[in-house]
Design a protein around this ligand. Structure first.
Ligand code: DC
Length: 237
């Protein structure tokens, strides 16, 4: 019997991390966790409740108090064949993808208290292995022991075009300039923050998907996964 492994998918904003991670999990029968959705849910709660998280007005006590009120869950929606994010029992899947959340989430994710709060929950979900998690610090901080680490990247303009098409497909209004600015700004904040910045783990495999179709990327990632699973199963024999 194959041993289950942990697959970490990290990389820049709007690189197709969640598409690959979700497809891998489905194919392998693993649990899929979108760690970015957890940061987005926290950002949404902070915005809705006027929690002072901006650098100039940051109140750590208020932040800790707010975190103690936050419960994040993923529930599978049979109708769409995907899981959705719930914040304190409310389905916030659509709202957390809106630009007003995207514009603040990177700032919220620089706060160490927020990271500690979410990393603990993410590590708990990986205890039984058989998990694919995507994010920014999965291979470096959350699961440094992950058997497979993928690091995704692509040309920013291509990423913005793909993201815009996705937003428009969901009926959300935006422009290429706005989306490009947002993702470059998030990349900048995510890569330069002091606590667990976005960076490639030394043992991660890079997938630059600028010129790859979704199918090509998936096959590449699945090959890596099969290699690591069989390596892991042989070493456990
Ligand atoms: O994957 P995403 O674009 O939905 O993530 C939203 C933001 O959350 C991203 O700009 C940075 C933050 N994030 C993080 O700091 N660490 C993670 N593991 C996942 C996301």
């Amino acid at each position: 019997m194959d041993q289950k492994i942990i697959i970490a998918v990290d990389g820049y904003s709007s690189c197709g991390k969640s598409t690959i991670a979700r497809a891998l999990a489905k194919k392998l029968g693993y649990l899929y966790i979108d760690s970015g959705a957890m940061y987005r849910a926290v950002a949404l709660y902070f915005l809705r409740n006027d929690v002072p998280f901006q650098v100039e007005e940051r109140d750590l006590q208020a932040i800790e108090q707010a975190l103690s009120q936050i419960h994040i869950e993923f529930r599978f929606n049979e109708a769409i064949g995907q899981q959705e994010t719930f914040l304190n029992d409310e389905n916030v899947e659509e709202e957390i993808r809106q630009m007003f959340v995207a514009n603040h989430v990177s700032k919220v994710s620089t706060i160490s208290e927020v990271r500690r709060f979410l990393v603990k929950q993410q590590q708990k979900k990986g205890e039984g292995k058989g998990i694919v998690m995507d994010g920014r610090d999965i291979g470096t901080v959350v699961f440094p022991q992950a058997e497979l680490k993928l690091f995704m990247t692509a040309d920013p303009v291509i990423r913005a075009e793909r993201r815009l098409a996705e937003l428009q497909g969901k009926g959300m209004n935006s422009t290429l300039e706005e989306v490009l600015h947002n993702l470059q700004e998030r990349d900048r904040i995510d890569s330069t923050r002091a606590d667990s910045p976005l960076k490639k783990a030394d043992d991660a495999v890079v997938i630059d998907n600028t010129h790859l179709s979704p199918e090509e990327q998936f096959n590449l990632a699945l090959n890596y996964a099969h290699q690591r699973i069989s390596l892991n199963s042989n070493s456990a024999d």
